[in-house]
Design a binder for this molecule. Structure first.
Ligand SMILES: C[S@@+](CC[C@H](N)C(=O)[O-])C[C@H]1O[C@@H](n2cnc3c(N)ncnc32)[C@H](O)[C@@H]1O
Length: 223
C-alpha cells in the first residue's frame, strides 16, 4: 500500500537539518552525484566517541527513540528510505530533545557512501520487508547484496540483531547470514516465550504481537 504524501512534507523535513544528516529523497537531490556522497564523521556529528548502533528500515522511529532514551551512552543512526515515514521519527526525536540520534534517508544499499568502514557496533534489522516472492529476494535486507555493505562498516566484534514475524524470511536470513560467515546466537522462534529480557519492542512488533503472531529473533556475529 502506497502512503499518500504527507502535507507540507518538504517544509516539515526542512526544519530537521540538524537531525537528518543525509537525505537522498528526490526533492533534495540537487547536488551533482560526486558532491552528494560523503562519509559521516560520527565523532563530529555526535560530539563524542560513544559506540554507534544503526537501525536499517527504522519506519516511524519508535524503536530508535526508545533505545536512545534507554541507552544515552550509545549513539544511534536511523536509516529509512521513505521520507513520508522518516518524518515521524524526526518529529519524535526533536520532541524528546534527544541528542544521540541522527537520521539518514537513503536506500540501505547506498550506506557504503556514508558510513565509514569498521565504525558500527550493532545493526538492527527490525521487521524488514520480507519480500516473499523469490524474484524479489535481492531486496531482502539480509540478502548478500546488503551483507556485503554491512560487512564493511560493522566492527569486527559487531553484531546484527534481527526480528521478524515471517518464518520464511527468518529461515532465509539464517541461511544467508551463515553462508556469509556469520555465527548465530540467541535464536528464538517465539520471542515472547524466550528468556530474552532486554528486548525493546517496535511499532510493527506491537502490531504483530496484538495479532497473536510469534516473533522470530536472532543475533549474528563474526567473532
Ligand atoms: C515493515 S517496516 C518496519 C518499521 C520498523 N522497523 C518497525 O519495526 O516498526 C520496514 C521499513 O523498512 C524500510 N525499508 C525497506 N527496505 C529498505 C531499504 N532498502 N533501505 C532503507 N529502508 C528500507 C521501509 O520503507 C519501511 O519503513
Amino acid at each position: 500500500m502506497r502512503l499518500r504524501k504527507r502535507k507540507n512534507l518538504e517544509e516539515r523535513i526542512g526544519v530537521h537539518t540538524d537531525l537528518l544528516i543525509i537525505d537522498e529523497h528526490p526533492f533534495i537531490r540537487k547536488k551533482p552525484e560526486a558532491e552528494r556522497y560523503s562519509l559521516i564523521d560520527t565523532k563530529k556529528v555526535f560530539g563524542n566517541d560513544n559506540p554507534v548502533y544503526i537501525e536499517i528500515g527504522c519506519g516511524k522511529g519508535g524503536f530508535v527513540t526508545d533505545m536512545a532514551i534507554k541507552y544515552p551512552q550509545i549513539n544511534f543512526l536511523a536509516v529509512e528510505k521513505v521520507s513520508n515515514v522518516i518524518i515521524c521519527g524526526l518529529d519524535k526525536t526533536k520532541e524528546k530533545n534527544l541528542t544521540n540520534v541522527r537520521y539518514i534517508c537513503c536506500d540501505a544499499s547506498n550506506l557504503c557512501y556514508y558510513i565509514k568502514n569498521d565504525s558500527i557496533s550493532r545493526i538492527f534489522l527490525n521487521f524488514s520487508c520480507p519480500w516473499p516472492k523469490r524474484k524479489y529476494a535481492n531486496q531482502r535486507l539480509t540478502n548478500k547484496r546488503f551483507l556485503v555493505v554491512y560487512d564493511d562498516f560493522l566492527k569486527a566484534d559487531g553484531e546484527i540483531w534481527q526480528k521478524t514475524d515471517s518464518e520464511e524470511f527468518f529461515d532465509y536470513s539464517m541461511e544467508s547470514l551463515t553462508d556469509y560467515g556469520f555465527k548465530l546466537k540467541s535464536v528464538s522462534r517465539d520471542l515472547a516465550n524466550s528468556d530474552c529480557d532486554y528486548n525493546v519492542t517496535t511499532e510493527y512488533e506491537r502490531f504483530f504481537m496484538n495479532e497473536g503472531k510469534a516473533i522470530y529473533r536472532l543475533e549474528a556475529f563474526r567473532k
